[in-house]
Write a protein that binds this ligand. Structure first.
Ligand SMILES: *Cc1c(COP(=O)(O)O)cnc(C)c1O
Length: 298
């Protein structure tokens, strides 16, 4: 295993030109985590880096993790394994089938195991990993989505990367962050790095009431705001959302996908149109990636 996973590429910070932002006098710069790598895209490299360091330090022969059949996390992990020379195994939710993501996971050399739905629900149980540790001795196990302290620590680098590029968009400072939230790991990483200096707005891709709010409040109390961006369910896609994504892409050139980044930008539009931000507000929108998963909606 090579330690080249330490050389995290710089995500470009770019101005976002959209009529509804200009009319409200709100400025947005996008931190393009989707551009750091063609395969290890989005926030997932930031979340995985600490795990890969630990696996490397322990001489683990491979890394094992779990996710859904369109998982951006497993996709990034499989690509990292191929790139940096370690074996990977993925535990998938549901029953065996193929889609563009699963096809990539196999092509990238990941060992796949389908857990069904009940088997996947057992992932939080204390003895969940035991059979997998027996099957893959000494492999490093990464929790779902790369969550946990190693994940949040890596996401603090998102703040460093953005601050290093403010001059490039002509800003001396910014007022707040806006990003899509799944497990909340990335949001907590930003909020902890900011330590209250700038608020972090999280657009929830998962409906409220699934435990994310509680976890975030324990880890980063009082430094963030959560907004329901789920539109009735995780991965629920409606015509208004798809039309918004299409129009936004055509106008700004920023590619979006419907599960996270599209919903996050739409939730931002709702808040801006409601007058939540005064003219002159400067926001950093984190493009968390996920574009590989968009193929499932083509
Ligand atoms: C995984 C993912 C998220 C959610 O990140 P968390 O740290 O789990 O909140 C957001 N956007 C995209 C595109 C993702 O793939």
């Amino acid at each position: 295993m090579s330690a080249a996973f330490d050389d995290l590429p710089l995500a470009p910070l770019q101005p976002l030109a959209l009529g509804w932002l200009a009319r409200a006098g709100v400025e947005v710069a996008v931190l393009r985590l989707d551009l750091i790598d063609p395969l290890i895209s989005g926030n997932k490299w930031f979340k995985l880096q600490g795990h890969l360091r630990l696996a490397h330090a322990r001489g683990a022969p491979g890394v094992i993790s779990l996710g859904g059949a369109y998982s951006n996390h497993l996709h990034a992990l499989a690509a990292a394994g191929k790139r940096f020379g370690f074996a990977t195994a993925g535990l998938l939710r549901g029953h065996p089938h193929s889609n563009p993501t699963v096809h990539d996971l196999q092509a990238l050399g990941m060992h796949l195991h389908w857990l069904g739905y009940a088997g996947y629900r057992a992932r939080h149980q204390a003895d969940f990993w035991r059979p997998w540790q027996a099957l893959y001795p000494a492999w490093h196990c990464v929790p779902e989505g790369g969550a946990g302290p190693l994940g949040t620590e890596g996401c603090a680098q998102i703040v460093t990367q953005a601050r290093a590029q403010l001059a490039a968009v002509g800003w001396a400072d910014y007022d707040a962050w806006w990003l899509a939230v799944g497990s909340g790991t990335t949001l907590v990483g930003l909020a902890q790095a900011e330590a209250g200096a700038h608020p972090v707005h999280g657009a929830l891709a998962v409906p409220p009431g699934h435990g994310v709010e509680g976890e975030v409040e324990v880890l980063a109390p009082g430094t963030y705001r959560l907004h329901d961006a789920s539109r009735g369910g995780f991965a629920k896609v409606d015509p208004a959302l798809l039309a918004f994504i299409q129009a936004s892409e055509a106008e700004s050139g920023l590619p979006l996908e419907p599960l996270y980044t599209g919903k996050a930008l739409l939730a931002l539009q709702e808040r801006v149109l409601a007058g939540a931000f005064v003219a002159g507000t400067r926001l950093i929108f984190v493009h968390t990636g996920g574009l590989q998963g968009r193929r499932g909606f083509a």
